[in-house]
Design a protein around this ligand. Structure first.
Ligand SMILES: NC(=O)c1ccc[n+]([C@@H]2O[C@H](COP(=O)([O-])OP(=O)(O)OC[C@H]3O[C@@H](n4cnc5c(N)ncnc54)[C@H](OP(=O)(O)O)[C@@H]3O)[C@@H](O)[C@H]2O)c1
Length: 305
């Protein structure tokens, strides 16, 4: 197969958790181009336009985002620029080219008061600057008229990058006791599961620009895409540490605490479990249960230690 066969795919955020995995999972679909911060600062519309026009992609996969949930409370303008304004420009450029856009969003668009898993049409009411900026990004994409799929995921982790898994493994070496909240419920989702699902969706959507754009225009919009099942941060940490044998661990106990005993600048939803039925029905894609994926992620991976 020559290198021009298949789709031209442009990935933003190639060094992030999901972007790093997408650079690998999308290779079989065609030519994967990626633009990191050095070549395309997403807080600059002119840089985004130049990067997209230069690449002329059939599909844009926007994995980049301002993801520092607590820091966003004191940097709302930057969070908004990257999470709301940049997706709007990407969508505009995709529409101009007749290309498709796959964008990632978050469970933090909800306020967490629903006593059951959220479906896509449930009312959004973000509790944080980050959640608000991501919701505004969704709305801008939907308003653009671009052929787009918005995938809301949650609690993303990997054995590299900045995330809860890596923090817990590090803290378990540094401390004898940890205190972790047990009253926020959600689905930890492995970055690789997300990237593999995006690859399947892109493959099912079509092999050329016109077909993939038509598919996403027809079966696009907002979808929930997280690991199956639910847990809380305390249970997640316990399962993780059970699965990893680390000779350097000092940790003796993990106490379960309520969120009120661990105040953070940003408020987080109590329940952010997402119902992923729509994605399974329209695209035939379902991510594995969170505990199965966690075992796969850490099994034999030295970086998890
Ligand atoms: N992490 C989670 O728990 C979580 C939960 C729900 C939804 N999501 C969503 O899932 C998607 C992927 O998240 P992730 O965890 O893979 O993110 P991540 O690991 O934090 O990576 C984000 C990437 O965005 C890039 N970026 C940030 N600001 C930028 C800018 N101004 N210009 C260019 N690039 C910039 C970062 O570049 P640098 O490497 O240069 O910093 C980084 O590579 C995002 O849309 C996020 O909102 C994440």
């Amino acid at each position: 197969m020559d290198s021009t066969h298949g789709l031209r795919i442009l990935i933003t955020g190639p060094d992030g958790q999901v972007g790093w995995e997408c650079r690998r999972s999308l290779q079989t679909l065609g030519q994967v181009l990626s633009v990191g911060r050095a070549h395309c600062d997403l807080s600059r519309a002119d840089a985004i336009r130049a990067a997209v026009r230069d690449a002329s992609p059939d599909l844009i996969v926007n994995t980049a985002a301002y993801t520092a949930v607590d820091r966003a409370e004191s940097e709302p303008d930057l969070a908004r620029a990257v999470n709301a304004d940049a997706p709007a420009v990407l969508a505009e450029e995709a529409r101009r080219l007749g290309a498709a856009l796959i964008h990632l969003s978050t469970d933090y668009v909800f306020d967490g008061t629903k006593p059951a898993p959220y479906i896509e049409s449930d009312a959004c009411n973000p509790l944080s600057v980050y959640g608000r900026s991501k919701l505004d990004g969704e709305l801008a994409i939907l308003a653009s008229g671009a052929a787009a799929l918005i995938l809301r995921t949650s609690w993303v982790y990997a054995t590299r990058g900045h995330n809860f898994l890596r923090t817990i493994v590090r803290l378990a070496r540094e401390r004898e006791e940890l205190r972790i909240v047990d009253d926020q419920w959600g689905a930890p989702t492995w970055a690789r599961s997300i990237a593999e699902a995006i690859a399947v969706i892109a493959a099912r959507a079509g092999r050329d620009r016109a077909t993939i754009a038509a598919s996403l225009a027809e079966r696009g919009g907002v979808f929930h895409m997280t690991a199956a099942g639910r847990t809380n941060w305390h249970q997640f940490a316990q399962r993780l540490l059970q699965r990893i044998a680390d000779p350097e661990r000092r940790l003796r106990s993990i106490a379960a605490i309520p969120s009120r005993d661990y105040p953070t600048p940003a408020h987080r939803p109590t329940n952010s479990v997402l119902d992923c039925t729509r994605l399974a029905g329209l695209w035939g894609v379902a991510l594995p249960p969170w505990d199965v994926a966690l075992d796969l992620a850490v099994d034999g991976d030295e970086r998890a230690r």
